[in-house]
Write a protein that binds this ligand. Structure first.
Ligand SMILES: *Cc1c(COP(=O)(O)O)cnc(C)c1O
Length: 408
């Protein structure tokens, strides 16, 4: 496909008009929205208003007058449709890591007679660290890390929790969440999902999947801004029994009664703990507005088309240069494509100096994210043109591309 036909397809796309909501520099092809989503000017405006008017002039009064206290609930209402969940099932707070600690602790209590947290060796490191930290603290848990394809085989009567990340951050492989959840339940375990690489890009349906708990971040495909708060989901059927080890006043049924006796808030809100990060929450709340115009199935379909086009062009032009490690079936991958190349780090850095921003995952993967809200088919075509040029002329083979930069 050439730029002309890509532009024609873009023009017909039901999401194409949303690209105009994002402020991306002209000299950049941004294919890293899976690490940090792009800025919308309305978010910058909102932040200015919150800082100058609400904080600057409203001062302490803004907790009530500007609705700061209600922010976690309002943002949960906006996230709910992206998760296929009810707002009462979602707490917006903390980092994904901290939320995962609370979610695993709650799941452990709900399956107190079992002693294994089962996860796979493709999981994101923080998930595995957090699981080990909880196991060390409780003293009665074992963390079992097995190859992805062997997970179901290890679901036995010892497993309390199956912990998986829906989309593998390296390969882009997507789990069949409904099937894996059913398998966990058949073995008597709970299923906890990390949706960091899914929410805002894919058709996430926590209630339909039958998931028990889930966590995820909002600074990737949800465009909440660097370090914006994460979320924790807990299915309604567990609300009565669920408890959190991090009991803070914002998770209390009546925080402003200042009662020394702890009474959890109803629903997922008990997983809130301290004061919400108002600036980040405000940015996230405004960033999520754009999703009111799309449904998750449409996002998922567009992610599949963009990634599919990228794979098709890479196969056609670079089949001998790189290996596509991401699954070729749209339903089996997320909104990213990873390519294997011996000099992946150099290649990634050479592309960044041309304004083609993807990233490198050691040792040998170059990763490209195709945020379905704002990446266009024309950009996919242009990115492959750059990639072809850099590979054909060994443009990556320069001393300045050999040193690793620190990128989170
Ligand atoms: C990005 C990501 C996180 C981020 O965790 P934080 O605690 O919010 O930094 C967690 N899990 C997965 C799978 C991720 O991709």
């Amino acid at each position: 496909m050439d730029r002309r036909s890509a532009a024609a397809l873009d023009a017909e796309d039901p999401l194409h008009h949303l690209r105009g909501r994002f402020a991306l520099p002209d000299d950049v092809l941004y294919l890293d929205g899976n690490s940090l989503g792009a800025l919308q000017p309305c978010v910058a405006e909102r932040l200015k208003g919150v800082v100058e008017a609400e904080w600057g002039r409203g001062l302490i009064r803004s907790w009530n007058d500007a609705g700061w206290v209600e922010m976690p609930r309002r943002v949960a209402e906006r996230l709910a449709p992206l998760l296929g969940a009810e707002p009462e099932e979602i707490a917006v707070t903390d980092s994904t890591s901290a939320n995962l600690f609370k979610a695993l602790a709650a799941a452990h209590r709900l399956r107190a007679d079992r002693r294994v947290i089962l996860t796979d060796d493709a999981n994101f490191p923080t998930d595995v660290y957090v699981a080990h930290g909880l196991a060390e603290l409780t003293g009665d848990l074992e963390v079992k890390v097995v190859p992805t394809d062997e997970v179901e085989r290890h679901l036995d009567e010892d497993v309390a929790v199956l912990l998986l990340t829906h989309v593998d951050y390296r390969s882009g492989r997507r789990h069949d969440a409904a099937a894996q959840t059913a398998a966990a339940h058949a073995a008597g375990a709970l299923a906890v999902w990390d949706l960091s690489h899914s929410v805002g890009a894919l058709d996430v349906r926590l209630d339909d999947w039958g998931a028990d708990l889930a966590v995820g971040c909002t600074y990737k495909y949800c465009n909440g801004g660097p370090g914006s708060p994460g979320f924790l989901y807990i299915a309604t059927r567990w609300h009565e029994q669920a408890s959190t080890p991090v009991r803070g006043w914002f998770g209390h049924a009546r925080p402003f009664a200042f009662d020394l006796g702890y009474q959890p808030a109803p629903g997922a809100e008990r997983f809130l703990d301290g004061s919400p990060p108002v600036l980040s929450m405000a940015a996230l709340e405004t960033a999520l507005e754009v999703f009111e115009e799309v449904d998750t199935a449409t996002l998922d379909a567009r992610a599949g088309e963009l990634t599919g086009l990228f794979i098709e062009l890479v196969d056609a032009h670079l089949g001998n240069e790189v290996e596509v490690v991401t699954p070729r079936e749209a339903g089996e991958r997320g909104a990213q494509v990873s390519l294997r190349h011996e000099h992946a780090g150099e290649l990634s850095r050479a592309l960044v100096t041309r304004g083609v921003i993807g990233d490198h995952r050691p040792p040998d993967l170059v990763r490209f994210g195709f945020a379905p809200l704002y990446v266009t088919r024309v950009e996919v075509v242009e990115a492959v043109e750059h990639l072809t040029d850099v590979l054909e002329h060994r443009g990556w083979d320069r001393p300045e591309f050999r040193t690793e930069q620190v990128v989170p």
